[in-house]
Write a protein that binds this ligand. Structure first.
Ligand code: B3K
Ligand code: ZN
Length: 887
C-alpha cells in the first residue's frame, strides 16, 4: 500500500504546502518530561534487500503493552525522511495510522500485535551518514543516537530493548560479506545473490543495531575469556589495508584481557567483529558484536601512522570494546543520561591506556584535552552539565563535557573511594553497578547510588557535579605561623547559561607540602573542599612549606593562587607527582605570557622571566631520572587556546606574539642543549618501545624550538629528518616544522609527501592538516588553496575535519584581524549543513567563543554567526548551536 506524505515543518508539525514558511524552531526536549514508553517490543525481525541505490527493509515488530507505563491507544514509531511502502498489523493492511511529522502513529486496540512495516531507502543518497549509507561501494549503518529511524519506523529511544534477528540478501559479487550484530545463524545462495541471517541474543536498543555489506577481508584471531569462552575476532577492511590491522587486533585482545582483570567484565558472544569504514562522522561505534570504526582508528603501521595514531587506535578500540558493558549490557534510559555510558567508558579507556603505556604522560594528555576543549566549552555559550537538562538535537551533546568532564567526575568518585585505602573500593562500586543494572536502561542516578552502596561513600552533595555546569575556580591563600602551615581555600562555580547561581560542590584536592630544605614531603593529603570557604591547618612546619596542589589533577577545576616564582621553580624541578611537576612548568610559562601580554613586565621583567623558564627547561633536559616521554611533556609550551582561556577577553594576536617570542628565546638560549638532546635521540633506531617513542617526541619538539630560534638551521635539520625518516612520526614531525617555514625545503617536502602518499587517504588527511595548523604567515591562503585541491571533498568527514579543524584551532590564521578566518568557517558551515549537518554543527563552537575575544574580533565573529542564523534553511543541529552561540 502506498501512502502519501503530508508536508511538514522542520519541527514535525503538518502544515499546508502553500503556507508561509514557519520560523525554524525545533522543539526543546526536556529531561524532566521523561515517561516510559507504553509498549514493549520483545522481538524485531529485519529483512534487507540490499542495493546501493535502493534497499528495501521489511521490519516485523512484536509489540505488547508495557504494564509499567501509562496505557496508550496508539504507538509512536519514529521516522526520519522515510518512505512508507506498506504497513500491516497482524497480517492485515493497517489503515488506523497517521503521520505526525516524520513519525508514524498507529492505533492499536489489543494487548499484543505484530506490525509489518516496509520502507525503501536510497543509501547512496545518504550524505548525512546516519542510518544506512554507502561508502566506497559498501553499505554500512550508523544509528546512534537517532539514525535507526532513517531505516525503518521504530520506537527509536534507548529504553526500548528488543531481541533482533536480521536477514540480509544482496548481489554476491558486490557484497560478498554480510554482517550484523550477534552470531551468524544461517546463510545461503540464490543465483547471483546470497543471503545471511544473524541473531543477537542480547536485547538492545535500536541505536546499537548495525549492518555491513561489502567486499571486505578480515584479519582473524581468537580470545579465550576468563570463563573459557572461545571468541572469534575479526577486523574487516578493504583488501589492501590488511597489513595495517595488526595493531588494532592486538589492541582488541589487550582490551578484552584488561577489562576482565580490572573491572571483572567478560565478553558475552562467540564473535566480535570490527569493520573499518572511510566515511564516518566520528571515531567509532560500539554496536553490539559489530563495532564500526573510522579507518583512522583501525589502520596503523609505522610507515603511515604516527606514535600518536598508534595510541589513538589502542584507545578507541579499548573504548568501543569497554562499551560492551558500560553502554550495551547497561544502556541509557534516555539521551540525557549519555554520560552514564560515555563518561564512564572514557574513564575506562583512559585507565586502560595508562596501564598500557606511560601513566603520567597519559594523564597529562587527558588533562590537556580537557583544558583545551572542555574548559572553553564550560566557560562559553554552549556550557551544559554532564547530564544536560534539555536539547533540541542530541547529536550536539556528544561533547567534551559529557565525555571528558564526565570521566573526570567518575574519576573523582574513584579518588574519594580509594584515597588512602588498601583495597580498590571503587571496584566494589562498579561491581555493584554492573550487578544491579545488567540488562537495563539506567540513569546517572542509578550509577551514583550504586557507587554509594558499593563503596560506602555519601555522594549526596557530589551529585551537584551532574547538575551544575561551569568549571569551579578554587582560590588558595597560604600562610604560616609558628609551626602551623594554613591553607585558606575558596571555591566559586561561575554562572553558565540558564544557571546563574551555583552551590558549592565537593572538590577533592590531593595535596603535598614540601620542605624547602630537604625537597621532601611527608605524604599526601586529600582535602575535600565542600563549602564555599574552608581553612585547613598542618602542624610541624618550622618554615613555610611549598604547596603542591591538585596533584594528578584530582579535580577538574582551575586553581588560582599567588605563588612565588621560586616555589614554581622548586616544584618544576622536584615535585614527585609527575602531573604536578608538569603543571608547575606550565604555570611558569602561562604566568609569563599573561604578564607579558598584560603589559605588566618591562624589559628586565621579561628577561628575568625568560631566564627562569630557560633555567627550568635546562634542568629538565639534564635530569636523568626522567624518560623522554615525560621530558617531552615538561618541555612543551602551553598551547595558545589554554593561554587565551586565562584572559576575560583575549587578544589572539598579542598572545601569539608573546608565545612566539618566548619560543624563540628558548630556541636561541638553549640551542646547544637542545641540539645535543636531538643528537642523542637521533641515534635510537625505530621501535615501539617507550624509549624510542620518547626519542621521537623529543626530536619533533626540538625542531619546533629550533624553527623559532634559528629557522635556517631548523630547515636543514628538518629536511634531513624528513629525508631519512623510516617512520611517519619522524616524517610528519619534520614536515610540520618545514610547513611553518618560508623555505625551498618546505615546497619540496610537501610535494614529496603528497606524491609518496597520494593513494592513502589517511596520510593525505595529515598533509591537509599540517598545512592548516601551520604557524606559516600565509596559512590562511594555503587553506583557501587546499579547499580547491582536487583531493578535497565535503563528502568525506575525515577530509573536511583534516583541513578545517586544525585551521579553526590555529589562532593566528583563524583570528586573522580582517575576519577572513571567521568567514571561511561560516562559509564552510553553510555549504556543509545541507549535506552533513552533524559535521557542519561541529564547526560552530570556535565562532561561539566570541565573548571571550577582544571586541573588534568578537564583533566579526558574532556577525558570521548571525549570517548563518539568517540562512533560509538550517538543520536542527546547526540551528541549535548557532542560536545558543549567539545567546
Ligand atoms: N557512541 C558513539 C558515539 C555516537 C555519536 C553519535 N553522534 C561512539 C563512542 O562514544 O564510543
Ligand atoms: Zn563512547
Amino acid at each position: 500500500m502506498d501512502i502519501a506524505r503530508t508536508p511538514t515543518t522542520p519541527d514535525g508539525n503538518p502544515h499546508l504546502a502553500d503556507a508561509a514558511p514557519e520560523p525554524q524552531q525545533p522543539p526543546e526536549i526536556l529531561r524532566e518530561d521523561y515517561t516510559p514508553f507504553p509498549w514493549l517490543v520483545p522481538t524485531t525481525h529485519l529483512e534487507f534487500e540490499l542495493g546501493v541505490d535502493t534497499t528495501r527493509v521489511i521490519a516485523t515488530l512484536e509489540v505488547q503493552r508495557n504494564s509499567a507505563a501509562e496505557p496508550s491507544r496508539t504507538i509512536r514509531l519514529n521516522g526520519d525522511g522515510l518512505e512508507l511502502v506498506e504497513l500491516h498489523c497482524d497480517d492485515e493492511d493497517c489503515l488506523a495510522h497517521t503521520l505526525d511529522g516524520d513519525d508514524l502513529i498507529v492505533t492499536l486496540e489489543g494487548e499484543r500485535h505484530t506490525l509489518r512495516i516496509v520502507t525503501e531507502l536510497n543509501p547512496s543518497d545518504n550524505s548525512q551518514l546516519m542510518g544506512l549509507y554507502a561508502s566506497n561501494g559498501m553499505l554500512c549503518t550508523q544509528c546512534e543516537a537517532e539514525g535507526f529511524r532513517r531505516i525503518t519506523f521504530f520506537p527509536d529511544r534507548p529504553d526500548v530493548l528488543s531481541t533482533y534477528t536480521v536477514r540480509m540478501k544482496g548481489p554476491k559479487a558486490q557484497f560478498p560479506i554480510l554482517l550484523s550484530n550477534g552470531n551468524k545463524t544461517d546463510s545461503g545462495e540464490e543465483g547471483e545473490s546470497h543471503w545471511a541471517e544473524w541473531h543477537d541474543p542480547w536485547p538492545k536498543p535500536s541505536y546499537l543495531f548495525a549492518l555491513v555489506a561489502g567486499d571486505l577481508v578480515a584479519r582473524s584471531d581468537r580470545f579465550i575469556t576468563m570463563s573459557g569462552r572461545d571468541v572469534e575476532l575479526n577486523v574487516w577492511v578493504r583488501e589492501g589495508d590488511l597489513p595495517r590491522t595488526e595493531h588494532a587486533m592486538e589492541s582488541l585482545k589487550r582490551s578484552m584481557k584488561w577489562d576482565e582483570e580490572t573491572f571483572g567484565r567478560e565478553y558475552d558472544l562467540d564473535l566480535f567483529n570490527i569493520v573499518a569504514v572511510s566515511d564516518f562522522n566520528m571515531g567509532a561505534m560500539e554496536n553490539k558484536g559489530l563495532n564500526v570504526f573510522n579507518t583512522k582508528y583501525v589502520l596503523a603501521d609505522p610507515e603511515t601512522a604516527t606514535d600518536g595514531d598508534f595510541d589513538a587506535v589502542e584507545g578507541v578500540i579499548g573504548h568501543e570494546y569497554f562499551h560492551n558493558w558500560s553502554g550495551n549490557r547497561i544502556t541509557c534510559r534516555d539521551w540525557f543520561q549519555l554520560s552514564l555510558k560515555e563518561g564512564f567508558t572514557v574513564l575506562r579507556d583512559q585507565l586502560f591506556s595508562q596501564d598500557m603505556g606511560s601513566a603520567p604522560v597519559k594523564r597529562i594528555e587527558d588533562v590537556r584535552i580537557l583544558r583545551g576543549v572542555q574548559f572553553p566549552e564550560d566557560s562559553g555559550p554552549l556550557a551544559h552539565p554532564i547530564r544536560p537538562d534539555s536539547y533540541r538535537e542530541i547529536s550536539n551533546f556528544y561533547t567534551s563535557t559529557v565525555y571528558n568532564k564526565g570521566a573526570e567526575v567518575i574519576r573523582m568518585m574513584r579518588t574519594l573511594a580509594n584515597f588512602g585505602a588498601d583495597e580498590d573500593a571503587f571496584r566494589q562500586g562498579t561491581d555493584t553497578y554492573f550487578d544491579t543494572h545488567d540488562g537495563e536502561a539506567a540513569t546517572c542516578e542509578d550509577f551514583v547510588s550504586s557507587i554509594e552502596r558499593g563503596t560506602g561513600l555519601d555522594l549526596k552533595q557530589f551529585r551537584l557535579w551532574y547538575s551544575q555546569a561551569g568549571t569551579p575556580r578554587v582560590e588558595i591563600a597560604q600562610s604560616h605561623e609558628g609551626n602551623v602551615a594554613a591553607l585558606r581555600l575558596k571555591q566559586h562555580v561561575p554562572a553558565t547559561p540558564g544557571q546563574p547561581d551555583k552551590n558549592p560542590m565537593p572538590i577533592p584536592l590531593r595535596i603535598a607540602l614540601f620542605d624547602r630544605e630537604t625537597g621532601r614531603h611527608w605524604g599526601e593529603h586529600l582535602v575535600v573542599l565542600d563549602t564555599a570557604e574552608k581553612e585547613v591547618r598542618f602542624e610541624g612546619f618550622s618554615q613555610s612549606p611549598v604547596l603542591s596542589i591538585n596533584r594528578g589533577f584530582s579535580a577538574p577545576v582551575t586553581i588560582k593562587r599567588d605563588i612565588a616564582r621560586e616555589d614554581l621553580l622548586f616544584l618544576a624541578a622536584k615535585d614527585d607527582d609527575p602531573f604536578a611537576r608538569y603543571e608547575a612548568m606550565q604555570d611558569l610559562m602561562v604566568d609569563h605570557h599573561v604578564a607579558a601580554v598584560s603589559g605588566n613586565l618591562d624589559d628586565d621583567g621579561i628577561e628575568a622571566g625568560r631566564a627562569d623558564i630557560c633555567a627550568a627547561l635546562s634542568a629538565v633536559i639534564a635530569d636523568d631520572t626522567l624518560d623522554d616521554l615525560m621530558r617531552g611533556e615538561l618541555l612543551s609550551m602551553p598551547n595558545q587556546t589554554y593561554v587565551m582561556e586565562q584572559f576575560d577577553k583575549a587578544d589572539p594576536e598579542r598572545i601569539h606574539e608573546a608565545r612566539e617570542a618566548l619560543k624563540a628565546a628558548i630556541g636561541t638560549r638553549l640551542s646547544s642543549e637542545l641540539h645535543q638532546a636531538y643528537a642523542r635521540a637521533e641515534k635510537l633506531p625505530f621501535s615501539h618501545s617507550a624509549e624510542a617513542k620518547g626519542a621521537r617526541k623529543l626530536k619533533t619538539l626540538i625542531l619546533g624550538y629550533a624553527a623559532a630560534g634559528d629557522p635556517d638551521k631548523a630547515a636543514e635539520l628538518a629536511a634531513h629528518q624528513y629525508e631519512h625518516a623510516d617512520n611517519m612520526t619522524d616524517r610528519q614531525g619534520a614536515l610540520m616544522t618545514l610547513a611553518g617555514l618560508d623555505t625551498v625545503e618546505r615546497t619540496n617536502a610537501l610535494l614529496d609527501f603528497y606524491n609518496r602518499y597520494q593513494d592513502n587517504a589517511l596520510v593525505i588527511d595529515k598533509w591537509f592538516a599540517l598545512q592548516a595548523s601551520s604557524p606559516h604567515p600565509n596559512a590562511i591562503e594555503h587553506v583557501k588553496a587546499l579547499a580547491e585541491h582536487p583531493d578535497f571533498t565535503l563528502k568525506n568527514p575525515n577530509r573536511v575535519r583534516s583541513l578545517y579543524m586544525p585551521f579553526a584551532a590555529n589562532p593566528p590564521a583563524f583570528h586573522s584581524a580582517d575576519g577572513e578566518g571567521y568567514r571561511m568557517i561560516s562559509d564552510l558551515i553553510l555549504e556543509l549543513d545541507p549535506l552533513n549537518p552533524q559535521t557542519a554543527a561541529r564547526f560552530v563552537p570556535p565562532l561561539g567563543r566570541w565573548r571571550r575575544i577582544e571586541p573588534g574580533r568578537a564583533a566579526l565573529m558574532r556577525a558570521e554567526l548571525q549570517r548563518i542564523a539568517d540562512a533560509s534553511k538550517l538543520s536542527r543541529d546547526t540551528y541549535e548551536q548557532v542560536t545558543r552561540s549567539l545567546g
